[in-house]
Ligand binder design. Structure first.
Ligand SMILES: Cc1cc2nc3c(=O)[nH]c(=O)nc-3n(C[C@H](O)[C@H](O)[C@H](O)COP(=O)(O)OP(=O)(O)OC[C@H]3O[C@@H](n4cnc5c(N)ncnc54)[C@H](O)[C@@H]3O)c2cc1C
Ligand SMILES: *[C@@H]1O[C@H](CO)[C@@H](O)[C@H](O)[C@H]1NC(C)=O
Ligand SMILES: *[C@@H]1O[C@H](CO)[C@@H](O)[C@H](O)[C@H]1NC(C)=O
Length: 416
């Protein structure tokens, strides 16, 4: 207890800087790696379950990864295969999220969304989506004739549309801030600028090697990292997002057949340089390989964005860079040439030169180009046999929507 408190106190005050060299060894109760929306939701849920939680985050603040580089859409749960974790955790998470946002006055809006068919061949796909959604328990979708949808959205052109009234948007930063405050009020300590570099699974349980992120800055590929702190957690949640699989590859003693290959798909957004939004609903074309199509998203300030597209990228061989989030998030302005024709299928009045590069996010994928989409992977002792270890892989969309349900799932399954 005491060493952990000391560690936690030190982390809170000044990161790991105050810990002397010589790699002190400390016991810990629950350690969460990664302070993205999922890590924070899990930390909060563990703290609510009475656990003593430490969150270790490589970056200088929370939510600087995928959690602040997404569409901020509260998904209804339409697309995912029935019976999948994505389907069940999205539907459950969405309701938990609406309730939480209402209780905490977190900015959000249930705008509703239209999935649109612009070609004859596409209308059958809308029927398939409607059926799929029903199997997922999403039974409030309404099929509409194009004329009806175009009456709701005068700038829209489509043959048929599926209205999802329960889709919305949320201010993800406010949401994360609230999760963090809940966790901290329950005694959770968060250590920024702190990277987990390795794990060892032995007879004494889990052993976690931790360093200040700064110490890894000039680390050369392949050379060993000497830890500045070694923790022995009873429970370890690997919620490192894009780095979760590369990190699990460094958990020595974990049977590596359980660590899936990691693929990365960047998605770029372009904003519409016009002040008034042409749409009041979110507008989605039909899904494409790797994503759910270049859609219209609105944020709570009324900014209109188109995206994200899908660009498969190399994750890089250097694990340390991955832990330090050195991904290429730049938006190549020339990619917008691909946006105009697809957007004009449903928004013909889109003017030339009206799209401006915005931000990008990277999807942590478990299947590559052309392969079928994969499900969220949440592995505990029941799967890999290591007591106290929970790995979260492939938490791409709808991870934001599902975050509270993912946390609930972990607590209900892996705490005894
Ligand atoms: C383009 C795009 C659009 C999306 N749109 C939506 C949407 O509209 N709705 C929705 O529900 N979902 C959406 N998602 C998915 C959603 O954003 C993610 O599922 C969610 O943010 C994942 O959160 P996370 O906490 O798992 O990961 P992250 O936010 O990536 O957090 C992981 C954290 O771990 C830290 N870390 C990494 N390695 C280490 C280490 N070794 N030691 C310590 N810390 C480490 C990182 O610094 C990071 O802060 C979208 C995703 C993308 C890419
Ligand atoms: C984290 O590191 C950055 C610079 O790399 C520094 O500005 C910041 O103060 C540090 N934060 C903490 C909590 O130590
Ligand atoms: C890393 O290298 C840069 C440039 O050579 C240097 O300025 C910086 O101080 C180094 N950082 C550490 C932690 O050694």
């Amino acid at each position: 207890m005491l060493p952990l408190r000391r560690f936690a106190g030190a982390c809170r005050r000044r990161g790991l800087a105050g810990i002397a060299p010589g790699a002190p060894r400390e016991a810990a109760d629950a350690v969460v790696v990664g302070a993205g929306v999922v890590g924070l939701a899990v930390a909060r849920a563990l703290a609510m379950a009475g656990r003593e939680v430490v969150v270790v985050e490589a970056a200088p603040s929370f939510g600087t990864g995928t959690s602040s580089r997404n569409s901020e859409v509260i998904h209804a749960g339409i697309y995912y295969p029935p019976g999948s974790l994505k389907a069940s955790l999205c539907v459950r998470g969405r309701e938990m999220l609406y309730k939480y946002c209402a209780e905490r006055e977190i900015p959000h809006k249930q705008l509703g969304k239209l999935i649109v068919a612009t070609g004859v061949a596409e209308t059958a796909k809308l029927d398939m989506l409607l059926k799929n959604a029903k199997e997922n328990g999403v039974d409030d979708l309404q099929m509409m004739e194009g004329s009806e949808a175009m009456e709701m959205e005068p700038e829209l052109r489509c043959l048929k549309a599926l209205l999802s009234p329960r889709t919305g948007i949320v201010d993800s930063h406010s949401f994360m801030l609230s999760l963090l405050a809940d966790a901290e009020n329950l005694g959770t300590a968060i250590s920024y600028n702190t990277t987990v570099t390795n794990g060892y699974i032995g007879d004494e349980g889990l052993e976690l090697h931790i360093s200040e992120s700064k110490a890894l800055e000039n680390h050369s590929v392949g050379s060993p990292v000497s830890p500045q702190l070694i923790l022995f957690p009873k429970l370890l949640i690997n919620s490192a997002g894009l780095s979760a699989a590369p990190l699990a590859k460094r958990f020595h003693g974990l049977n590596q057949v359980f660590v899936p290959p990691a693929y990365y798909a960047r998605g770029c957004y372009f904003t519409l340089s016009q002040t008034k939004s042409p749409f009041s609903h979110l507008i989605y074309p039909l899904p494409e390989d790797g994503g759910i199509g270049v859609h219209v998203t609105l944020d709570l300030n009324g900014v209109v964005r188109f995206g994200p597209d899908v660009e498969w990228i190399d994750g890089g061989k250097d694990v340390t860079s991955c832990f330090l989030s050195r991904f290429d998030y730049s938006v190549n302005p020339t990619r917008c040439s691909k946006f105009y024709p697809v957007i004009r299928k449903y928004f013909p009045n889109l003017k030339d030169d009206s799209l401006e590069p915005s931000y990008s996010g990277i999807r942590p994928k478990l299947s590559g180009p052309g392969q079928p989409p994969s499900d969220f992977v949440i592995q505990g002792e029941d799967i890999h046999g290591v007591p106290g270890l929970v790995n979260l892989f492939g938490i791409e969309s709808p991870g934001l929507t599902s975050s509270l349900a993912i946390a609930e799932y972990i607590v209900s399954r892996y705490l005894r």
